[in-house]
Design a protein around this ligand. Structure first.
Ligand code: GLA
Length: 373
């Protein structure tokens, strides 16, 4: 009797095993493990052994239901705007700490890894920065001293909380035949400003990881310029630990081979790679702003858009996993489709759906593709 019961139990177990691990629709009934998806786990749990999954946030989001989603899904955060020079240092002798402090406090209380963003950028700079009291452009010496004071104050304040900084953002030109962006930083201080920015950051917090961060990294022309800059900094002994790939992508780019060769190229730097601002627009990428057209009025998240987007997300994460030894963080540029900067770019007022959670904070189909591996 005991024997019969035991045999029965073994048969039931074997049957359950076969149901769980077989794919009877496959050719010749090949037994293939089914990926088990556990909906109580967040992105950060699925990717625990791969890289830190982060998210860009505003201080406002931390006071809404999005805060719960952040804690469920993410292991890292980046302030979307709060640590940029304009918002955090509006006047020469005045800092505005409230927003950045509230994000840093949230990260600290909840054990999230915080990336600082960003110390030197041509955009969102405060009005006083490049001018003296009489309204004339400052000299190189004055500008570099201001930069040093800024970096020393901000980096020291968040020492121990911010583990990695986007030190210089977008210094490379988008023009085919131009190497560095012709920004006021370059015009006033010369190419030197880039290495100096890294040095000042390193002096303020020798323990922080320092990154050069840029977009359009998948374009072969821009990619080589970013490579050249980062390599020259590394070869000159400048304290730089990695390259940040913004990854503002779309349904039509990058292709698999484009992304593979991009990641392969940056691996050759021998530095860390962080994907810093990932989002995938449901509209084909247009590289220049333009006027709104009648067809832009069609803005619903259609099944076709959903399918196109999930294929790109799936492919990107397949490649991120392939390069897991080199990629140590992947950060999304915002939490959910409730709000994204892409809603206003390149065509104003066109709703985009670039993230893995919908406006009700529910995981989209693309989410399930990203965690299925
Ligand atoms: C760049 C910057 C980010 C952000 C986006 C647009 O990628 O690095 O801080 O401003 O543009 O939102």
């Amino acid at each position: 009797m005991k024997k019969i019961i035991l045999i029965k139990i073994s048969c039931i177990t074997a049957a359950l095993f076969l149901i769980a691990f077989s794919n009877c629709n496959g050719p010749h009934h090949i037994i293939k493990p089914t990926v088990m998806i556990d909906s109580s786990r967040g992105l950060k749990d699925y990717y625990n052994n791969y890289f830190t999954i982060g998210v860009a946030v505003s201080p406002r989001a931390l006071k809404t239901d999005e805060a719960t989603l952040i804690l469920q899904q993410f292991a890292g955060m980046t302030p979307e705007n709060a640590m940029k020079m304009g918002p955090i240092h509006p006047k020469e002798n005045e800092y505005f700490w409230r927003d950045a402090d509230s994000i840093a406090g949230f990260a600290k209380r909840n054990n999230l890894k915080l990336r600082g963003h960003t110390l030197c950028w041509h955009n969102q700079t405060p009005a006083w920065l490049f001018k003296d009291a009489t309204g004339n452009q400052v000299t190189k010496e004055v500008l570099l001293q201001r930069l040093k004071d800024h970096i020393t104050t901000v980096v020291k304040r968040y020492k121990g909380t911010v583990y990695a900084w986007d030190v210089v953002n977008e210094a490379i030109s988008d023009k085919k035949d131009e190497y560095l962006r012709n920004s006021l930083w370059l015009k006033i201080a010369g190419e030197d400003y880039i290495a100096k920015t890294f040095q000042y950051a390193h002096e303020a917090d020798p323990g922080a990881l320092l990154f050069y961060n840029d977009y359009n990294e998948i374009s072969p022309v821009k990619r080589e310029k970013i490579f050249r800059l980062v390599k020259s900094l590394k070869d000159a002994g400048v304290p730089i630990h990695g390259v940040g790939l913004q990854a503002h992508w779309a349904v039509n780019e990058p292709t698999r081979s484009q992304l593979d060769s991009t990641l392969q190229r940056f691996v050759e730097l021998g530095l860390k790679i962080h994907v810093t601002e990932l989002d995938i627009s449901v509209y084909p990428k247009e590289h220049d702003s333009r006027e709104r057209r009648p067809e832009d009025a069609v803005t619903a998240f259609t099944p076709a858009k959903e399918q196109g987007q999930l294929e790109v997300y799936k492919m990107c994460f397949e490649l991120f996993r392939k390069y897991r030894r080199h990629i140590s963080a992947v950060t999304f540029w915002n939490i959910s489709d409730r709000y994204s900067w892409l809603d206003n770019f390149p065509v104003s007022n066109r709703k985009d759906y670039p993230l893995l959670f919908d406006k009700d904070l529910k995981p989209k189909k693309a989410f399930w593709e990203v965690v299925k591996f």
